[in-house]
Design a protein. Sequence first.
Lengths: 114, 112
Amino acid sequence: ETGVTQTPRHLVMGMTNKKSLKCEQHLGHNAMYWYKQSAKKPLELMFVYNFKEQTENNSVPSRFSPECPNSSHLFLHLHTLQPEDSALYLCASSPPRGAGDTQYFGPGTRLTVL
Amino acid sequence: TQLLEQSPQFLSIQEGENLTVYCNSSSVFSSLQWYRQEPGEGPVLLVTVVTGGEVKKLKRLTFQFGDARKDSSLHITAAQPGDTGLYLCAGAKNNAGNMLTFGGGTRLMVKP
């Protein structure tokens, strides 16, 4: 238990569906992240939020839409996905810069796009 | 092109053997972390090294940060099946805010 929870753990969706992934951290951190992990590629950073403000968008297609309503919650809204978007989506959080740089990961959401 | 190169990518060994995983870069990092990820779970932090030349031990695991802070190694002594997993190194830079650069990972399987 890392203090970062993600729901759902598994998600199967069609290409025309709209779904959302949720991440919640109970560590008092101010930075939150979305990563994509697929079998053929290493961890790919998607988005970074610091103090609820998006500070990094790593050229992610617009069919992925993040939302950070507060420092404890992070969402990833999905629509019109492609089969190649099937992957493990990991959320992470970290303390403010200078407090150790360590990121704490959730267990991930295994997404399958049919 | 990977900023952090991990080797080997895959390693399958017998219980009781020793192994070393390497994490190399041409860039200097302010700190470097090692994570282990088990199937169906997120990466879990094992250790953070900060000082060039630093050596940290975690039971049978020994982590070393290179003198120039460009590379790191993870040595496991007498590997156990419970060590099986994906080992990831990740580097932090002073000019990169709070972002980490991850290596491609080393997938380790320890057979009983």
